[in-house]
Structures are given as C-alpha cells and as structure tokens.
Design a binder for this molecule. Sequence first.
Ligand SMILES: C[S@@+](CC[C@H](N)C(=O)[O-])C[C@H]1O[C@@H](n2cnc3c(N)ncnc32)[C@H](O)[C@@H]1O
Length: 408
Amino acid sequence: MSVINKDFTYIDLFAGIGGFRQAMMKYSDGEATCLYSSEINEQAVNTYKVNYNEVPLGDIKKIDPLKMNLDSPDVVCGGFPCQTFSKGGNQAGFKDSRGTLFREIIRIINCYDFKNKPKILILENVQNLVNHDNGETWKTIRHEISESGYNVIERPLIVAPKDFGIPQLRNRAIILAVRKDIYNGKINFDIPRRRTGNCSITSILENESKETNKYKLNKNLLKILDCWDEFIHIIPKEKRIIGYPIWSDEFGQTYDYSDFPKWKQEIIRKNRKLFMTYKNEITKRLKKWKIRDTFTNTDRKFEWQAGKDIESVYDGIIQFRTSGIRVKRPTESPALVAMDHRPIYGPQKRYITAREAARLQSFPDNFVLNKDPKESFKQLGNAVNVNVIYNVFKLFIEYLDSKEVNNE
Ligand SMILES: C[S@@+](CC[C@H](N)C(=O)[O-])C[C@H]1O[C@@H](n2cnc3c(N)ncnc32)[C@H](O)[C@@H]1O
C-alpha cells in the first residue's frame, strides 16, 4: 500500500496560478481533491478561478481551519513568498514580514492533533534559502517543521526544469517532509538529473503566426544586436570563449583603476587587453555604430555565454538585462522572472510568447492565461514548474513506499 492513495486530499497555499495544483492533478490523474487554496493577489485569484473553478481563500493569516471547519489534508503544498530570501531581494529573511509567512504553514499544520496532521509536506522557495544568513534560516525552518511532528529532508533538494529535460534553467529549493509516525528513518532522497545542455528551446516554440509576429524585435533593438553580432565576429571562433562581461566603455581607456574592488579590476584588465588585441577592428565598430553616443549604459555591456557553440548572436537566446545584453546557447532558457528580462529567441528575432513561457513552466496548453501578457509573465515567473513538482513528488512517494512506512 502506498503512503498516499491516488484519491488523496491536498491544500494549495500561496497558490499563485496553481503550479502545485497542476502537479497534484497530474500525479493523481485528476483523482486527488484540493480541499482549499489560499492566494491574496487579485489577478492571480482571477486566473486561478478561471482554470480551476474555485476562488482561493484570501490572506492566509485569516485562515482558521478549525473555526472554518476545514478538514486536514493528506498533503500540504506551498511555495511561500521568496523575495526576502532571494538574492535579488532585500535578503531580510525572517526580519521582513513576508519571510514570516512561512510560519503560517506551520500554524495551519499545528491546528490539528498529531494523528490528524497532513502526511506529507512539499514546499518550494528560491535556491538562496539554503545559504541565507549562513544557513541559519534553513536551520530554523527545518527545526520548526520538525517540532511540528515531521521528519524533514536534511537539506532542500536543489532542482531545475532542465534536470528533467525541460528547457529552462531555474534552480529552486524543494523542502520535503513526512509525518514522523509514518516514517522516521533517515531521508536519503535525491533525484537523477540530466546534464545541462541536453534540452532544446525549440521544443516549446509556437509555430510562427500572428501571435509570434507581435513579439518581433523593433528596429532599435535589432540595431544594437547587429552591432554586437559584428563585434563577436571580430574574435576568431576558436578564441570566442569569453568568460567575463564585455564593457565597451573600457575600450581605449587608460585611467587608473587600482582603487576598484578586485573583481572589477579583473574585468577592466581583461576588457583593455581584448581591446588591444583587436584594436583596429574594434575602433572601427565603435565609430560605425556610435556605441558611446547612442547606446544606453546597459546596452554598451555584453555577455557572451555561448562559448564556441554558436556562430552568431542570432543563434542564441538573448536577454536585455540591467547588467547588459546576454547571449546563451539555445538549449535552456534563462529562468523566467517577469516581463523585463523576457528571453528572446534569436533565430526568429522575437521575444518568447506568454504561451511559450507557460510551456517553459510545464503548464498544459489548455491552461487559460491572463489576457495581459505582462501579467501573465509575472504570474508564470512566480509559479513553480509543474513537471518539476510532479516528478519530485512522484519520486518522493516512491522513495517512501520503498521504506518500511507505517500507514495505518
Ligand atoms: C512564489 S508565489 C507562489 C506561486 C505558486 N506556487 C504558483 O505556482 O503559481 C507566492 C504567492 O504567495 C502569495 N501571497 C503573498 N502573501 C500572501 C498571503 N498573506 N496570503 C495568501 N497568499 C499570499 C503571492 O501573491 C504569490 O502569488
């Protein structure tokens, strides 16, 4: 007998647009029941309602399962807010009220008597959660889950869609726990991973259509990319492994930079050396493209992360980022975040569409997206990858089933 039957029950906390729910539906072939969900963002609630015909309960802080007569589920799913643990956020962790929302999950679990508590917890957050505050944050989280009666994985699993052949780089931390009376042995659980570079972005692309044409790059962006494409061709292919950002502002400069931090000195030194190696060609391009006069600060910076594998900027996945323009191999897309850094598919000189973003997150094609692509990208950037959760959950249940579990 499995630790859970296919018709198990679950709750979807911090539900967003229901990435966890998709995974639970997939795992159970639609047999599992969501007892309730919680989401505070109005737009996300709308998308959730359209897709699952259920309006999530709002603020998790207002949920009182006993007073509200909410049954205890078999499984708790929760991708608690990550901004305070994320490298991109303020890193305030538990000092920021958003960090303490994790404790709402604990509060809900602790409403129930021990034997009635959920059997399994599957929670998700950013990779940085593991090292945040020198590991203290994770220690606290693990301790609090354990004190609530759970046998918790020693360290969160760090998993990305590309580990399962889905073309997106997106490392996330997944926390797994099982009620102690069910299994209290060591959780020696890991998953098999595919090697990076084994996927292809073409697997998620829509056919060219009116929709994809809407996302074509404008003339100005194409001009900037044409320039960097010419630039990259100055460097002979066999030498085109540039492992540092190219800062065109440094070309031809001679000012003293010895007071700068070490990492910056190193980048400047390499850029000046690059300039001296290809001085004539680079000087011609600087003039031809008027880089210094017409490009923005960020567009004057360029990161080639494709080694010798591709010939041109337009063979890769491109992103206009605050740190500069980045080109990667067309194997995996960079992690979806929001609209601003939307990946560009080089061969078609266009941004990816919202449907393609949904595919990068393994949402099925019948999932109804928000009509505003900007909102859709935000929601998908916040979501969990469905197949990552599906696979990890499935493998974890199989792992538990291979142990001597007490499943009365
Ligand atoms: C990282 S996202 C989770 C996304 C979700 N896993 C998915 O697949 O779409 C965190 C979510 O928590 C929601 N949230 C933040 N504070 C909340 C609160 N007090 N009560 C309920 N939901 C909240 C946010 O609006 C956001 O959608």
